[in-house]
Design a protein around this ligand. Sequence first.
Ligand code: GDP
Ligand code: MG
Length: 463
Amino acid sequence: MSGHEDTIAAIATAQGGAGIAIIRISGPQSWEVGAKVAGVPVWPREAAGTFRRATFHSSTADGKTVVMDDGIVLLFAAPRSYTGEDVVELQCHGGRLQARQVLEAALAAGARPAEPGEFTRRAFLAGRIDLARAEAVMDFISARTERAAAAARMQMEGRLSRTVDALFDGLVEVHSDIEHLLDFDEGEVPDDFADEAAAVLGRLRDGLAALEATWHEGHLLREGALVVISGRPNAGKSSLMNALLGRDRAIVSPTPGTTRDSIEESFDADGIPVRLVDTAGLRDTPSGDIEAEGIARTERLVNDADLVLRVIDASTPTDDEERGEVAALPRDRTLVVLNKTDVAPPDAVAAAEASFAGLSLRVRSVSAKTGDNLDGLAHAIGGMLCSAPAADTPGVSSRHRREVAQALEAVDEARSRLADGAEGLVLAAECLRTAADALGRITGRVWSEELLDNIFGRFCVGK
Ligand SMILES: Nc1nc2c(ncn2[C@@H]2O[C@H](COP(=O)(O)OP(=O)(O)O)[C@@H](O)[C@H]2O)c(=O)[nH]1
Ligand SMILES: [Mg+2]
């Protein structure tokens, strides 16, 4: 039991026109509040785990009761609910008005409005889920690709927590061995102790480093990658954007300089969520201020991009200037796309492929018009953004990475203190404590109100 005094309520479903809306009420008074809204005496405890039809009421200022809506009541008894508390969910019609009215009635009946993430925060405080699993709930809701959702599910199921807990337990064990020595042996360190402890810490260090290395994937899956399409006017950038998205989003025209502002859309590149941006073409002689500003924006986007798709019209010979521009692009985040293979002579395409490959650039040849080799291109984009296959541990978040990095540093420090013999023991123990605390903040074995405020403040209301 989390021991909260107050009962909270919020609309748990998206606002706006939908079939139904759910108002969630959690806390010791939730059944009473729900019963008042339903205009019935409080249900018997045996009703937990069942649902009831109900008519929702509100009282006017002069004490009259008004019928608002018909719906369904779902009853949960502590500790068997999302929050671990007594919970009532009221399902009403999904219009903006009905959901608000039912919520207002619940507030009038004694609940207070829930803060962002407060239901999940209560689930954490009640010991229903640890912190990493609670965070994964939000990742799961925000996931934009199946791979991102699968990673969030792994974390919700506790895969990351188990890895972190095992490292935490390992640190605590070494820590208590040292404390034991300090307590009983008055500064006498057995010959092999430091070596053994250093070996164990070395293994824990490797585990921490492996965890830290998952950040890149975790970051890509959570935040998505910025992929910018750039190239000369008329190379087929907008056509490529449309072809990848499978719909006409950008305007395609034989007139150079048609796309003047950048257009952004979400795209799933082999499971990596991508913000795909079509840009104004790069050329020296813009037709006016608007195109010039578009070109300046393109340059900024190209600088910020995780990956640049440099589109080249393979049906016309590439001039030296363009070849020079492409050669200057960073190898690890440039993918050359030779477009218009449907009208380009095959040997010219092959020669262009070879010459860019000779510059150590990755190349893909496609036709935005016929769709030829677009799947291969999407696959190459995903591969360049994240070469690792979908891992069997979810990638850590930026918050987790900071804690892991702190733990790593402290473990390294502990190892070097151990080498100092008896004098180093106290300091080594202190470092291990710091390391364990950092890991504890990932799963919530160690927490503060401030930490919870930071994490749950980013949740939506009703979650
Ligand atoms: N044959 C052929 N024409 C293409 C292809 N991609 C684009 N185009 C044509 O090239 C012209 C410029 O295309 P657009 O996408 O507007 O180029 P952008 O200026 O780079 O955005 C249009 O007439 C397109 O129809 C392609 O793969 N094959
Ligand atoms: Mg365009």
